[in-house]
Design a binder for this molecule. Structure first.
Ligand SMILES: CC(C)(COP(=O)(O)OP(=O)(O)OC[C@H]1O[C@@H](n2cnc3c(N)ncnc32)[C@H](O)[C@@H]1OP(=O)(O)O)[C@@H](O)C(=O)NCCC(=O)NCCS
Length: 180
């Protein structure tokens, strides 16, 4: 697995086979298999897929989904800086998932680094202060802890808002520093 090439590219039906994809969490699999084409057509999200072949259709090994977003300054005072803006622009990571057959091999980390780089690029084009996500909580505390550890290793921290207990962020400034 570690020796296989890994390509991350925007989702294309002709290149990425989703039919056998399973990350172990049915709602995420369902979203990937049946909702993304329409959401892409409606310009609501971009979807980025990891696969081992960039020239021929091959199985999707993992994917992530981005859209633009904003949080209120009250929700995330650490991102509002010294401005009086009522909202803070951000990039939202809708989902990240890796097929069960290849979890634990660094694909999720590679996808996240790609997502963070995309967020940095977006911030250069339109201004955005952070990448934000909500950690999936399916009631399994051990799985939740592993997901949180995964994001913390990448520099994410909790926003600390009681109403969004599992919301984490990485500021674009810290993202730039970590990828430098
Ligand atoms: C979380 C996930 C994207 C990580 O991708 P990955 O390729 O397995 O991750 P990497 O190999 O780069 O990094 C390994 C770390 O990911 C996390 N991880 C790995 N498998 C996991 C799983 N089944 N559930 C939760 N976290 C997992 C752990 O923190 C792990 O570190 P550890 O081995 O020291 O515990 C992937 O496991 C997955 O798709 N899980 C199911 C869907 C999901 O939970 N998505 C996140 C929603 S917030």
């Amino acid at each position: 697995m570690a020796d296989q090439p890994l390509f991350i590219a925007k989702f294309e039906k002709a290149l990425h086979d989703r039919s056998a994809f399973s990350c172990g969490f049915a709602p995420i699999d369902g979203f990937f298999k049946s909702s993304i084409s329409q959401q892409i057509k409606d310009n609501l999200v971009t979807v980025w897929v990891a696969s081992e072949d960039i020239a021929n259709k091959s199985p999707a090994k993992g994917f992530y989904v981005l859209n633009v977003h904003s949080v209120t300054a009250a929700e995330a005072p650490q991102l509002a800086g010294r401005s009086n803006r009522p909202t803070v622009p951000a990039v939202y990571l809708n989902a990240v998932a890796v097929d069960q057959s290849c979890q634990g091999n660094g694909i999720g980390t590679a996808l996240m680094i790609h997502a963070i780089q995309n967020a940095i690029d977006i911030s250069e084009l339109a201004g955005c202060a952070a990448i934000i996500l909500d950690v999936l909580n399916d009631g399994d505390q051990n799985a939740l802890n592993r997901r949180v550890a995964f994001y913390k290793k990448l520099g994410f921290d909790f926003i600390g808002n009681a109403e969004q207990e599992h919301r984490m962020f990485l500021s674009i400034n810290d993202a730039k520093a970590s990828l430098r």
